[in-house]
Design a protein around this ligand. Structure first.
Ligand code: BTN
Length: 275
């Protein structure tokens, strides 16, 4: 009898997904290691792979985050995956897709663990002010099958506090730390994929107003003070008014001026300090 690896013995659903290569009729490609699941998904999308395909990896050597940041992706401790979608939406709707995926991710986390998390515009899932997951939405150039949108999700699952690098570790948290138990990544991948598909359909059906209403219920920053680092590096301090009907974040500064945020870094005043 061959000896079982840690993942095989503790994650039967993950191993089953790896062997089956599908979730409810959707193709799931689980790799041991990739540079970035988003990069692989973008290449597969350009080659015409069907919408709904999921690309996952046990680890990533060059996982990407927003604003050119790295996403630490050590083997087995998190979920790193990308969903290929071809929604009937325009390029201007990218933020809406990210917000929609965030809401879906929150719903799936709640379903599998009963944990209540919060959403931070545009792409973070927080627990007690610390980051549990992030989303990187990227678009492929128009191909024969229409433009693909890649929803890349990184979720800290079974990591311990000292698995995070010291520079960022204080601001990160895993589902295991928050709930005191470990998880089969296969269970979570299935739940998140189904939730994302459901919510993206709702978005395609023109229901963004309803999605936004749900999103705002869990908004970690609405009414709170935050600092926005503009793309040119200039800081703006003010109170978050939450996203508007297009998903664009509004911040009111001390002079009453309302800023519209479409990119750049946002730091909540109490982020990473509560836990
Ligand atoms: C962020 O918080 O800045 C977004 C992080 C997104 C990380 C995920 S991991 C899977 C997918 N592949 C990547 O290279 N990035 C995303």
């Amino acid at each position: 009898m061959t000896e079982l690896t840690r993942n095989e013995s503790l994650e039967p659903m993950w191993e089953q997904l790896r062997a089956d290569g599908c979730i409810n009729g959707r193709q799931v490609l689980i790799h041991k290691c990739l540079d970035s699941t988003n990069t692989t998904a973008l290449n597969l999308a350009a080659a015409g792979i069907p919408a709904g395909t999921v690309v996952a990896a046990d680890s990533q050597s060059a996982g990407r985050g927003r604003l050119g940041r790295k996403w630490q992706s050590p083997p087995g401790l998190g979920l790193y995956f990308s969903i290929i979608t071809r929604p009937r939406l325009s390029l201007n709707d990218l933020t809406k897709i990210t917000l929609t995926a965030g809401l879906a991710l929150r719903t799936a986390i709640l379903a599998v663990s009963a944990l209540e998390t919060e959403l931070k515009w545009p792409n973070d899932i927080l627990w007690q002010g610390r980051k549990m997951a992030g989303i990187l939405t990227e678009c492929e150039a128009q191909s024969a099958k229409g433009r693909a949108t890649i929803i890349g999700i990184g979720l800290n699952i079974n990591s311990e506090p000292d698995n995070f690098p010291s520079e960022t570790g204080r601001r990160m948290v895993s589902l295991r730390t928050a709930t005191n138990r470990s998880y089969d990544r296969g269970l979570i991948l299935t739940a998140v994929t189904e939730a994302v598909e459901r919510e993206v359909k709702r978005l395609e059906n023109g229901d963004f107003a309803a999605i936004l209403r749900d999103w705002r219920r869990w908004d970690a920053s609405s009414g709170k003070q935050l600092t926005w680092l503009k793309p040119d590096g200039m800081p703006v301090c003010g109170m978050s008014l939450g996203p508007d009907e297009d998903g664009v974040l509004r911040i009111k500064d001390s002079t009453g001026l309302i800023h519209q945020v479409i990119s750049g870094d946002l730091r909540l005043q109490d982020e990473g300090k509560k836990y």
